[in-house]
Write a protein that binds this ligand. Structure first.
Ligand code: ADP
Length: 394
């Protein structure tokens, strides 16, 4: 047998330690020389043989655990000491031990020391702590987010349910009033009790106004349901927005004049066409005009202006009415939403008009803008991109 090292174990002149490299790994021998002709020429000996893996893994497992409380995968390194003198070390052993363990009672003078290559236990523990903390924080954030999402969804559902039931009662109430007025004035006329031509004309006018209101409301509800179902996508074609605005104003002109309104119409010449749907845009502008009328209170001045702005065409409908509080200006575009103040509540409505306008404008790849000051009035602008060819109407 060839020994790579063979030193007497201190305290016993004949007890020696040696290691040899074999195909299965390093082997360690602890033996007593029985006969020898010289220090390196041993003839007979007796002792025990350990495989290095047994020493390094089985015997030192406790050292690993002690040195690696956090279970890090940093590479462990070991050294074996005999009487305080290092007799064996794995590659990467720096001489700095994180933990030591005696191999007594069977190898009383031996000790195994463990450490981590390129790291200290404190550093590993700190890193592990940071990692654990980060994971906990992430888990906490995910939990918080999920709770927030659930809460928001539940709140939105509750709000929508409340608004829907308000809508149902609003609509039925709104329909009842014009129906009651229509039937009352029609009955009076039918009875023949009213003969003054002026009165008769007034009654016919009321019937016409109320039936228009009713028709408008039914139109809005049906349009909204149709568009929201996605079954009737809006078809676009190059059209003249100024012409649509003029037509809408023309159709309401007489009624508005009779109600004491002054409506100014200002259409810039040579406007480019837009990609639009005649019926949908008429409905949107009519709703905005209708709101300007409904929420004008005593200042009966309405302006409708159509102009070019960069690559867009803008229709602006202004009134000098009750205005909208800044805190409400986002919400009024939600379906079924109505401002809660008494001035608005006095006016009839179902909270669908602006939601429908927004829907139509979005379908035209446009945007809806609002400037409003409570007590001074509002300006709603429909901004629609000009038709790509930018042609003017002939
Ligand atoms: P409705 O008029 O049927 O209530 P809309 O969706 O058209 O429903 O409008 C939503 C709300 O926005 C109205 O209830 C009203 O409070 C507010 N609003 C809309 N247009 C105006 C306006 N021109 N001036 C003041 N408030 C307005």
């Amino acid at each position: 047998m060839a020994f790579s090292t063979a030193q007497p174990v201190p305290g016993s002149s004949e007890l020696r330690i040696s290691q040899s490299a074999t195909a299965e790994g390093t082997r360690i021998y602890l033996f007593r020389v029985l006969s020898a002709t010289g220090p390196q020429d041993i003839r007979r000996f007796a002792g025990v043989r350990f495989s290095s893996s047994y020493i390094l893994h089985a015997l030192t497992r406790s050292v690993t655990k002690a040195a690696n409380p956090a279970g890090s995968d940093t590479k462990p390194v070991f050294a074996v000491f005999e009487g305080g003198r290092q007799i064996l070390a794995t590659a990467g052993w720096s001489g700095r031990a994180e933990s030591r363990r005696s191999l007594a009672p069977w190898l009383p003078r031996w000790e195994v020391a463990g450490a981590y290559s390129g790291a200290t236990v404190e550093g590993i523990a700190r890193g592990q702590f940071r990692r654990d903390l980060l994971i906990s924080l992430l888990a906490l954030a995910a939990l918080g987010l999920a709770a927030f999402a659930t809460f928001t969804m539940a709140t939105r559902e509750t709000r929508l349910a409340r608004m829907k039931s308000a809508f149902v009662s609003n609509v039925s109430h709104e329909m009842k009033t014009p129906l009651a007025l229509i039937s009352m004035y029609a009955e009076t006329l039918e009875s023949g009790k009213v003969s003054a031509p002026e009165k008769v004309r007034d009654y016919y006018r009321i019937i016409l106004r109320e039936s228009r209101k009713l028709a408008g409301m039914v139109e809005n509800v049906l349009d909204f349901a149709r568009l929201e179902s996605g079954n009737a996508p809006i078809q676009l074609e190059p059209i003249d927005l100024g012409g649509i605005a003029a037509e809408v104003v023309r159709n309401c002109d007489e009624r508005l004049r009779l109600e004491g309104f002054r409506v100014s119409l200002d259409i810039e010449p040579e406007l480019p066409l837009i990609d639009g749907n005649h019926q949908a845009l008429s409905q949107a502008l009519l709703n905005l005009l209708d709101n300007a009328v409904k929420y004008s209170a005593s200042a009966k001045e309405i302006g409708v202006a159509v102009r070019r702005a960069g690559g867009s065409v803008v229709v602006e409908i202004t009134d000098q009415g009750i205005g909208i509080d800044p805190s409400e200006q986002q919400r009024i575009f939600e379906q079924f939403y109505r401002v809660g103040d008494p001035m608005t509540q006095r006016v009839r409505g179902a909270g669908l008009g602006l939601a429908l306008v927004r829907y139509i404008v979005t379908a035209h790849r446009g945007r809806l803008e609002l400037r409003s000051t409570p007590g001074k009035g509002s300006a709603f602008s429909v901004v629609l991109p000009a038709h790509a060819a930018g042609a003017s109407p002939s």
